[in-house]
Ligand binder design. Sequence first.
Ligand code: L14
Length: 341
Amino acid sequence: MKEYSVAIVGATGAVGRELMTGLEERNFPLKELRLLASSRSKGKKLPFRGDMLTVEECTASSFKDIDIVLFAGGSQSKEFALDAVRAGCVVIDNSSAFRMDPEVPLVVPEVNPEDISWHKGLIANPNCSTIQMVVALKPIHDAAKIKRIIVSTYQAVSGAGKDGIEELEREVKEYVKGGIDPKDLDVEKAFPYPIAFNCIPHIDSFLEDGYTKEEMKMVNETRKMFHDDSLAINATTVRVPVFRSHSESITIETEHPISPEEAREILSKAPGIILVDNCQNKEYPMAIHSSGTNEVYVGRIRKDISSENGLSMWVVADQLRKGAATNAIQIAELIVAQDNE
Ligand code: L14
């Protein structure tokens, strides 16, 4: 089997570290792994498969002799992704820069693996909240055709990277020291308000119509991967004081009737999904349980009592894993499979 020279751009960030873990855990056929990052991280050493690898500064000429480049999702995608494509690499990009480009496939392997066939060197990894939603909904869409989706997210602070994690930790410690009202906690750079003991209904920037860019990513990316521009979607995205794993409350309306029992039956056999749905036994998906795993967890499946054909459910996944690194490596595995056809 062919072995691949792979580079990670943004190796030192939260997603970069998960990409390294994923390549190791999934035993990706590597000839070589190169770690690239901004000049700030140059010279840092990170452990991989028993060795210490040194981080190099990413420049436009970093991509010679590399087969696959995984961009972790920072601002370096816009700067260097096209240089990597020009150097002949296959680029898998975690940022939002290219996702809606009609020349760029946007892929979740459980949902639309066929779309990698038309890539021109660049494949985009969807937004974390979108990924876990489409993994859960695609099997139901295939069975009963979804017409409308209403979703609210409960997004972990690690979506904002290491800064987000450190900010929640610092605020909680400050509160525990005593004598401070949560609204008076110091705010640093990750969020516009204190996130400890709070929910902030604001992720990414606001558009003129009152939705955020994060919300519109869920709308537009889902339509692109389901190949259906008529799908009605309304998203509200919220930051919550959880370290890791995004949770989502999802209500769908379908063209054909589908019962909660049928949905459970279908989802229990669907790829990448773990059904955790036994309310009588207090079993439902939770962020503290999904963290560090690669699957999408679905539970609380019930009939939407406000519409004719509808279901509500609760969907949780580790957004640094399936929402970013794992999905990107699964795309790389599709490339490997295609090469070996
Ligand atoms: O579009 O939770 O990939 O802050 C990833 C992190 C969107 C925001 C993306 C978060 C970003 C998200």
